[in-house]
Structure formats: C-alpha cells, structure tokens
Design a protein around this ligand. Sequence first.
Ligand code: C2E
Ligand code: MG
Ligand code: MG
Ligand code: MG
Length: 277
Amino acid sequence: RAKDEGGGMHFNYVPSLHADAEERRTLELSLRNAIGKEELELNFQPVVNARTEEVVSFEALLRWNSSEHGFVSPGKFIPLAEDTRLIVPIGTWVLQEACRTAVRWPDDIKVAVNVSGEQLLERDFTANVVKALADSGLPAHRLEVEVTESVFLRDGRLANQTLEEILALGCSIALDDFGTGYSSLGYLRDLRFSTIKVDRSFVQGASCDSQESLAIIRAVVAMASSLEMTTTAEGVETAEQAAMIRELGCTKIQGFYFGRPMTTADAHVLVTKRRAA
Ligand code: C2E
Ligand code: MG
Ligand code: MG
Ligand code: MG
C-alpha cells in the first residue's frame, strides 16, 4: 500500500510540472508574434510634482492583449520576455512607441521607459535609443530611462558604460524600485541618476504605526538630495499617503491617487486640458 501511495504521488506531481512548462511554451509562442499582430500597447501613468501636483512626466507601461490568452499581466509576461530575450525586440518597439507618443505632448513633459538588463547589455542599445529619438523627433532631454538595481548584477561595468552613453545623449536615468533590490550603494556613486524611485512597499508601509518605513523614506530623500538627485514616491493611493510623502520631502509622486496607467488618447487629453487651463 505504501508503495502504491508513493507511486500515486509521483504520478500526480509530474503532470502539473508538465502543465506549467506547457503553459509557458504556448505563452512564449504567442508573445513571439505579439508585435506583428499588434497585440502590444503602451499605457501611460502620470507622475506629478509633489508640491504643485502638476504632471511632469508619464511612465510608459506595456500591456499585452493576446488573441489567444486574453489580457496577460506584465508581472507574468515581462519575466517570460526577459528569460527568452524577447524583451530585446519588444523593448525596441516600446522605445519607438513611447517617443512617438511623447513628441505630441507639451514640450515640458517627459516620458519614462522601463529598460531590462537584457536590453542594456545588447550592443546596439544606444543606437536603438538614438534611432527612436531621431525617428520621432523627440529631444533627448525628454526621455528618461528607468532601470532597477538588477541591471548592474550581471555585468555592472558594461551596464554603466551603456548608461553613460545614454546620459551623453542628453537623456536622464531613474533608479526604479529603490530599496527592494540588493542594496549596494556603489552604483549611486558611479552613475549620475536624476531620480531615485522609492518602491511602493515603503510608501504603502509608511504610517503612524510604521516608523521604520517613514525613517527609510526620510533617509532616502536626504541621501538623494545630497547626491543632487530627486525622488519619486511610487504607489501613492490615498490623500493621506500623498500628504505624508509631501511632508517627507519627496520631489515627485506616482500612484493611483493621481492617476492610473491610461491609454495614449486619455494621456493626451490630460496634458492638453492642463495646457488649456
Ligand atoms: P514599475 O516600472 O515599477 O512600474 C510601476 C508599476 O506599479 C506598474 O505596474 C503600475 O501600474 C503600478 N502602480 C502604479 N501606481 C500604483 C499604485 O498606486 N498602487 C499599486 N498597487 N500599483 C501601482 P505594471 O504596469 O503592472 O508593471 C509592472 C512592472 O512591469 C513594472 O514595474 C516594470 O518593472 C515592468 N514593465 C512594465 N512595462 C515595461 C516595459 O515596457 N519594459 C520593461 N522592461 N518592463 C516593463
Ligand atoms: Mg518603472
Ligand atoms: Mg517601480
Ligand atoms: Mg517594478
């Protein structure tokens, strides 16, 4: 009997592993065709000046509406795209599309684009940025590249070198999800980031009963300011959080409270309405 049960457990275990691999494989096949089938789209989430609450930029966020799988969340398909290196052609499309969109906004509004380590380590990354700017006519100073600490892990020297080229073009660089990564501060010394984005776990953890998150945000703001960098608080969802973040001295705010990621058309309405007002 014991032997039978053991065999049964083994038998149940394998098909579920197989189903996972199978799902990933079909998802990967669909993702491979997603650009050609025009299933990818960018949404844009506003980032506001913490004091004036004016929109200063939008972050481009990728969306995939698959004809085969329906809406697939970025938390699922971005890691898959990174593992399969599909993020390289997809990321090139994102850069092009983000620049094409932003060039139609008022010229004091920037666009921020997320870039994965796989893209940064590609030989022609800088050339892709140059081409996206040239094709769209977007001035380099209106493009911000967002990277997380993880891009420095595999080949930190090459990542730094590429980001220096991006800075030399006149673009700015933001350090995304700060505080959740590997907490090496060396890259803050080595590279001139314009903005540190404080991860939403600190923003949402900060309250009167969590002095720890408050203390961490305060310290990041002080450090950024000494390094002549600005700070953006991510994931601000309530008026209370917005007030607290302003109190702590963050430069910019991003979160559902000021605006969810929206379509290109809605983002355009938001910035043109602002100008008319
Ligand atoms: P991220 O770069 O940190 O982007 C911010 C994420 O937080 C977005 O999730 C956004 O929708 C979400 N968010 C914004 N405000 C709030 C809030 O108030 N509350 C909560 N709970 N969430 C908020 P999203 O769009 O699902 O993207 C997830 C991640 O996928 C991004 O995190 C980024 O790492 C990656 N990603 C998205 N688009 C791209 C892309 O074009 N290229 C690359 N390489 N990665 C991308
Ligand atoms: Mg980001
Ligand atoms: Mg982030
Ligand atoms: Mg993130």
